[in-house]
Design a protein around this ligand. Sequence first.
Ligand SMILES: Nc1ncnc2c1ncn2[C@@H]1O[C@H](COP(=O)(O)OP(=O)(O)OP(=O)(O)O)[C@@H](O)[C@H]1O
Ligand SMILES: [Mg+2]
Length: 412
Amino acid sequence: MALAKIRTLIVDDIAETRENVRKLLQFESDVEVVGSARTGREGIQLAQELDPDVILMDINMPDIDGISATEVIRQNSPYIQVVILSVQSDQNYMRRAMLAGARDFLTKPPMGDELISAIRRAGEMAHIERTKTSQVRLGSSASSSGVSLVSAVGSPATLGKIITVYSPKGGTGCTTVAVNLAIALNNEATRAVVVDGNLQFGDVAMFVNEQGKNTILDIAPRVDDLELDLVEDILIKHQTSGISILASPPRPEMAEKVSADQFVKVLQFLQKMFAYVVVDTSSILTDVVLGSVDISDIILVITTQEIPAIKNTRLFLDLLQTMGIGKDRIVFAINRFDKRISITPEKISDNLKHEVAVTLPLDEKVVITAVNRGVPFMIDNKNQLAGKGIFSLAEVVRTRLSVLESDTEIKR
Ligand SMILES: Nc1ncnc2c1ncn2[C@@H]1O[C@H](COP(=O)(O)OP(=O)(O)OP(=O)(O)O)[C@@H](O)[C@H]1O
Ligand SMILES: [Mg+2]
């Protein structure tokens, strides 16, 4: 049996460098260059599409730099091995590259032999890691549900990240964004769960056409001694998308049975099971919503181009500041964006003194049809503008999370 080639992706903003590296590798029978990217962002995208074994990554690039890109890629696909190629050979760069999960570090221009042996070492490691990941996956899917503890999936024993989606105005699109974002973030190595934090009128389960009989009410009273099996039984597993859902109580008057303290503890338990815990919220700032905001890694604030929505968003951003939540934990998005309306994202961003990370277009055909069918557009309509918007939102979220993580690593 012929040995599988080491599938290699080149990420560098300079065409000449990409070409030189390609030339260095063209006569190696065990290495196949499967693609090349010009920026960190493109690298992240191609890593996901092409699923290479090894990535040769430059550091200084437009949009996302090579170190942040490495971090995102390793988080998505822990088995992909990154070899950094950089003109900078100083210790600080190397340290940051290693912290980001790079496997090797070569100074540019690399010597032929040096490069090839680095790729072979990395390729071997990718092969071992891939086998490990698939074994863990096989092991866990043999259990009832396929959900396994994050720390068992080959990645470091880190907790999953909590992302609370909030809008101070009802009907803005929180649930739409929460569900579709979770689908975009979810993959075999990084599982996502959506927790319905709209305890009175939650509709997350409905968005995916599910009506499980189990809800957060079944675990809230037992938060102090939760067990994995119990939580797995209560979660709705949405087959077509792969995400899990923790539904809200069946009737509005039951909302008060879940305290903020219980809600927070549920989220903290789910952090041990999932890479991403996405919380959908009500626009009313209940203690439950505030508790969730407080422990979130990222708060995704959504507004529309309407003055009342923008005014309320400003009040909410002020509140976050009072709560001591830094701007780096806030991602700001505009939904239902309509270019015919003169309030542009730039104006909103100026007014709120907050960068708009993504604008999701108004698209009634795609978005409302999806809700009414109970099939999120990220399942069967992801190539439309709304889907593209959600993909870039997922990328912003991943990048932000990795920047936050490397900041805490550096502070340590
Ligand atoms: N980008 C969009 N384009 C068109 N329609 C949209 C868009 N985003 C959301 N909608 C529609 O707006 C309605 C409200 O969306 P959604 O339920 O997601 O908002 P919400 O903020 O969760 O509302 P609630 O306050 O009721 O929880 C839905 O019918 C949805 O299909
Ligand atoms: Mg909602």
